[in-house]
Design a binder for this molecule. Structure first.
Ligand code: SAH
Length: 352
C-alpha cells in the first residue's frame, strides 16, 4: 500500500533521535537533522551534507519537507514588504516585514482565515479554513528574515503574531513555532522580542500563564465596556471584560510579562474622554499599557478613523493618569499590508 509521506518537521528532536536509534544509526544524527530543519532551514535532504548518502536516501523515501512558497511580494512606498505565501495544500496566508528606524519586525499569520468575525477586520470576513502548522509559521519568519537582510541589510529584531488568524485558537502550534524560533537549535531569537496578539480568549490566556511563557502578550481590546465591545467583537459575548481582566491578572501574577492593550480609535464610537476613562480603569486593573492604533479601512463604510485631535486628547488623558500610552501610525497601507487588511484577494483560487 502506498503511504503519504510524513512531514519530517512534525517530529520533535526527541522523536528524531528515536527514529535514528530504531534504524541503528547514531542518535546524534537526529540532532543534525533537527538543526538542518530548524536552524539552517534546509528545503531538501540533499542539502544535509554531513549525513551519509544512504541516510539521506531513506529519509527522502519516508519523509518530505513541506515548504511554504512565496506567491507574490509587494514593497510599499514606506518600505513595508508584504507577501502571500502558498501552503502545500494550496491555501494562501500573508506575512509582512515592517522596517522602522529602530526595529525590523515580522508580522506572521497563525491560521488560514479566522473564526472570530471582528467587524472591522478584513480577515474576519474570511472563513477559518485551518490552523497553520508550527513549520508553516516558522517558514514565514525565515522568509521575512531573509528579506530584512536582502533589502535592508538588517537582522530581524521582532516578531508579532498579528497576521491572519487568532493565535490562541491554534495554541499548540503557535507555542511550538515560538519554541523553534527561540531555541538555540533553531533561530535563537529572544522571547522578549516576540509578541502574541489575541482577541482575548480568557481560558487560553490562563493556559499561557500556567505554561509560564516568556513572550509578550497583546490584547486587541478596542472597546472598554461590554456593550461597545460586543458590538464590534463577537468573542466578547463569551469572553466578557470581567473574564478577560481576571485572566490578565492571573497572567501577570504568574509571568510578570508585559501586557499591551491594542485600541483602534473609531470616530465617534470609542474616541471620547469617557471612553479613555473606562480604558484607564481597565489598564490599572490589568497592569497594561496602551497602543492606540489608527483604523485602516477594509472596504466597509461602517467605521471611520478617529480625528487626530481626538486621538491626541485621548492619549493625553491616559498619560496624565499615569497609563503608558503610545499612538501607532499605520504602515504599508498602499499595499493592503496594514493591520486588519490581510485577506487574500486571490483566496478563492486556492480552493479551485
Ligand atoms: N487575532 C489576533 C491577531 C490578528 S489582528 C488579534 O485579534 O489580536 C492584529 C491586530 O490588528 C489586532 O489588534 C486587530 O484588532 C487589529 N486590526 C484588525 N483590523 C484592523 C483595522 N481595520 N485597522 C486597524 N487595526 C486592525
Amino acid at each position: 500500500m502506498h503511504h503519504a509521506k510524513t512531514d519530517i518537521r512534525s517530529l520533535s528532536l526527541e522523536k528524531l533521535k528515536v527514529l535514528f536509534a530504531n534504524k541503528n544509526e547514531l542518535a546524534f544524527r537526529g540532532k543534525q537533522v533537527f538543526e538542518w530543519l530548524w536552524k539552517k532551514s534546509a528545503t531538501s535532504f540533499d542539502e544535509m551534507t554531513n549525513l551519509p548518502l544512504s541516510t539521506r536516501e531513506w529519509l527522502g523515501q519516508d519523509f518530505i519537507i513541506n515548504h511554504i512558497k512565496v506567491e507574490d511580494k509587494q514593497i510599499s512606498s514606506d518600505k513595508t514588504i508584504k507577501s502571500s505565501f502558498r501552503l502545500h495544500d494550496g491555501f494562501l496566508v500573508e506575512g509582512v516585514l515592517i522596517p522602522s528606524d529602530e526595529r525590523m519586525t515580522a508580522c506572521v499569520s497563525s491560521q488560514v482565515g479566522c473564526s472570530l468575525t471582528c467587524k472591522f477586520c478584513a480577515t474576519g470576513k474570511m472563513e477559518r479554513e485551518r490552523n497553520l502548522n508550527a513549520d508553516e509559521i516558522y517558514d514565514q519568519v525565515v522568509h521575512i528574515r531573509n528579506w530584512a537582510m536582502k533589502h535592508y541589510n538588517s537582522p530581524l529584531s521582532n516578531i508579532v503574531y498579528m497576521g491572519m488568524g487568532e493565535p490562541l485558537l491554534n495554541y499548540n502550534n503557535v507555542l511550538e513555532s515560538i519554541e523553534k524560533i527561540t531555541s538555540p537549535q533553531g533561530l535563537g531569537m529572544s522571547n522578549e522580542r516576540i509578541t502574541v496578539s489575541t482577541a482575548g480568549i480568557a481560558k487560553m490566556i490562563k493556559k499561557l500563564a500556567d505554561d509560564e511563557v516568556r513572550f509578550r502578550l497583546a490584547i486587541s481590546l478596542h472597546a472598554a465596556n461590554d456593550e461597545k465591545r460586543n458590538a464590534i467583537m463577537p468573542i466578547n459575548e463569551t469572553n466578557n471584560l470581567d473574564a478577560l481582566i481576571e485572566s490578565l491578572q492571573y497572567f501577570h501574577a504568574k509571568t510578570k510579562n508585559r501586557i499591551t492593550f491594542e485600541y483602534i480609535a473609531f470616530k465617534g464610537f470609542n474616541d471620547g474622554i469617557e471612553d479613555a476613562k473606562e480604558l484607564m480603569n481597565l489598564c490599572k486593573l490589568a497592569n497594561a499599557k496602551v497602543n492606540i492604533i489608527e483604523y485602516n479601512p477594509t472596504g466597509d463604510d461602517f467605521f471611520e478613523k478617529a480625528d487626530t485631535h481626538k486621538v491626541n486628547a485621548f492619549a493625553n488623558y491616559l498619560v496624565k493618569n499615569k497609563v503608558h500610552a503610545t499612538v501607532r501610525r499605520s504602515r504599508g497601507k498602499d499595499i493592503d499590508a496594514a493591520c486588519g487588511q490581510l485577506a487574500n484577494k486571490k483566496h478563492s483560487e486556492a480552493l479551485m
